[in-house]
Design a protein around this ligand. Sequence first.
Ligand SMILES: [Fe+2]
Ligand SMILES: [Fe+2]
Ligand SMILES: [Fe+2]
Length: 579
Amino acid sequence: MRPADRQPVCRSKRRCLAHEPEKRRPVCPHRIQPLLDRARPLRAEALPSAMTSRRISRCPPEGCALRQIQAASTFRAGMVCGLHSRAEPEGDDPTQLCRARCAASAARARASAPTRPPSSQPDERQESEAMHSIQQYLSSPAFDLPADLLPKTPWNRPFRRQDLGSVDLLGPLAARELSTNRSLAIHRILLNIYEQSMLFLPQRRFESHDLPSFRAFYDPDNVALGQSNRVALERAAFSFLDDHEIKVTGRWEWEHLEQYFLGVIERYEEEPCSLTARIDALDSPTTAYRYLLIQQASDFLSEASAMGRAMLGSFGATQSELMKVFIDEYGYGVHDRKHSTLFERCCSSVGLDPEPHRYYFHYLPSSIALTNYFHHVCSNKHLWFRYLGALYYTEASIPHFNKALSRALRKAFEGAGVDTRYFDEHVHIDQHHRRMVLDDVIRPTIALCGAQVIPEMVIGFESFRLLQSLADRDCLEQLAFVEDLERSRKGGFKVARRAYEAVDAPLAFSEPKGEISYSHIHDHDELFTVELGSMEFFAGITPVVLEAGDSIIIPAGRLHGSRVINEPCTYRVQKVRRR
Ligand SMILES: [Fe+2]
Ligand SMILES: [Fe+2]
Ligand SMILES: [Fe+2]
């Protein structure tokens, strides 16, 4: 399968429900989160960047009776815009009103797509040197494609080097590009750069063949090379958040921040969890929940490691307060109570291997981005105040989400002995953590550093909130693709070809038995047909077997890979689009 080589095209026929913030009545920020939750799954590549942007400002006192803070925000395409339906006078069709505004708003925002700030625009020579340096970094055996699709060591981090010619690793990603091959490549590299400063040892006997992999991953020259490219890759990965998506304006004091944070979380908790509700409605919730756990595993199996970076140095009493949260994450030194240990038990109880990164193949770029964001704000000390905002969002939103997930897991795996202690523990402990972070860390930090640091805290809070909602949506889209494949299998892998038109000529490939096409993403829909032999095709954890004559559509933005099981395997791919 070929690497993605084209930019995504918005083919969404869904309503565009963003709006012009300056024209509507001030609305309390409490109302934002429920809208996010009601958002229908949407292909991220079809997501105009502008649809995710948020401008957050303090409103005039009369503007918002409840909180005196206005979040003037635009919303994602495809959302049910409850905000407008509440804000508009009775009798009007709020979605119509909203749609008209959205068109203008979206057009304006598209015209101002993210660009690199002049100060950070490298010249061509610098860029080609950086690309060369990244290529050198990726030439380490740590990034070799594996003989086994799911390697049993935590140090083999496969990278599709053949993609290097077609992906721009240095240009800034837009929010709509989070589910692209470019994003996948950038976030995979960044994750490894961060994790080369963390120790991973398998929980089994160290075998003789482990040592070369261990040494390759932690090779000091390669680690240094990775670090030398970290900032450029971070800029590519995250600059969209502050360059384009989130703006904080107005004068903020501690009271406003507290009201804003509490308000967002309060509204979030008023609504049922949309992610678990959508998964429950799928044909196979157990398969889907296993897949969700795999996405979480990229972070939870080494939970709070990024926070470890935040603990170093000397920053007064808040350091000690933060340490209390940190040691809770590590179970106060009791291995059985360590949060990552609890997550391991959960994985094992549903038949998943709890070794870190066993399912690296299946990580969606948006899931890796969540892990990377915390490493990013913890590794770069100038982003300290953003870290505190992001930390508060995660600690504060977890109890509600984990309560729903724990309940959903018990229902889906009824009678199968699912271990939900990881999630139950967080329902309890993060009630404390969110209070501790807000009252004992954030508040004293503002008292010490002044209100000038508050906008950064809001950016961190909103950045992680946005990344989390995009990741949820990405996961749901992937699960929908997995279900489509299963339905297609039952129907004999036939594609209604009249529903599609070709974008270019088909290309044929022939591969030997055992050949692995490591997981990747296309920016276009692809008609995929096996002509000879057979292969396992992976989108979810369990592959479907495609044989001669079978055809599927691989939608743009969906992670997939394959392994030839019967040679010679010849297959044909063709870019297509829906008529
Ligand atoms: Fe492919
Ligand atoms: Fe935790
Ligand atoms: Fe926590």
